[in-house]
Design a protein around this ligand. Structure first.
Ligand code: ZN
Ligand code: FE
Length: 264
């Protein structure tokens, strides 16, 4: 008899052009699922019908419409807890979680730690538990979200908090941006063997119309330039592109993010 807990069963629901709404199967609630960032109700409803599952709760990482836009229509199927950060721009929230809060759904056998990760938006949170990380638009595979509301120092420290979670953590982010992100990652660090190998794997998956996710933090630490702002090669590339020296790690991050914003 094994005492190793089974990995959390999580499946993607595609929404819009490149969003993923993650459905987490409740370990203690057969047929019940938790939806993370349901920006659109229709594909979630279709997946619930197809699988015979029922919605038990909604987790929200941040207020952007492509992450919360389906909440109202999903609540018409039945009232469920809507758990998210303290932000008036998330109007249907029934429970607020702040940094360090434990997000328990004991009837479902689920429990996540809440991490405040400001940068993409100021109130953005990530949920970490059961060896899985739901990080919305903060960390992407081989990249990170745009800095809409935060400063480079804020977003850099948010990303470093995620980087410092256990390396075996499976990372479930909000968008399928991996191929474009790897193109940038390899512009920053062309000789990165892990990124080159991963590009081949992602090309194969995407050609078969399969998600490139989840990733793992162990992989991201090797391929993601935004988690490697303390790396001399990454720093040198950022300095060469910016045309000035970048003594602070947060300045390296800021220069990389600005470079990526106009990278094609
Ligand atoms: Zn967003
Ligand atoms: Fe988004």
């Amino acid at each position: 008899m094994s005492h190793q807990p089974l990995p959390l069963a999580v499946r993607p629901v595609r929404a819009f052009s490149d969003n993923y709404i993650w459905l987490i199967e409740a370990p203690d609630g057969p047929g019940r699922v938790v939806a993370v960032d349901p920006g659109d109700a229709a594909p979630v409803v279709a997946e619930l019908r197809r699988s015979g599952a029922s919605l038990a709760a909604i987790l929200l990482t941040h207020h952007h419409a492509d992450h919360i836009g389906g909440v109202a229509a999903l609540l018409e199927l039945g009232k469920v807890p809507v758990i998210g950060p303290d932000d008036d721009r998330i109007p249907l929230r029934t429970r607020t979680v702040r940094d360090g809060d434990r997000c328990d759904m004991s009837d479902l056998g689920l429990s996540f730690d809440t991490l405040a990760v400001p940068g993409h938006t100021l109130s953005h949170v990530a949920f970490w538990g059961h060896g899985a990380l739901f990080c919305g638009d903060t960390l992407f595979s081989a990249g990170c979200g745009r800095m809409f509301e935060g400063t480079p120092a804020q977003m850099n420290s948010s990303l470093n908090r995620l980087r410092d979670l256990p390396p075996e953590t499976r990372m479930f982010c909000g968008h399928e941006y991996t191929a474009a992100n790897l193109k940038f990652a390899l512009a920053v660090d062309p000789a990165n063997a892990a990124a080159l190998a991963h590009r081949a794997e992602v090309d194969r998956l995407r050609a078969a119309d399969l998600p490139s996710l989840p990733s793992t933090l162990a992989l991201e630490i090797r391929i993601n330039p935004f988690l490697r702002c303390d790396n001399p090669t990454v720093r040198a590339a950022a300095e060469a592109h910016a045309g000035r020296s970048l003594p602070e790690e947060s300045a390296v991050f800021g220069a990389l993010r600005a470079w990526k914003d106009q990278f094609r």
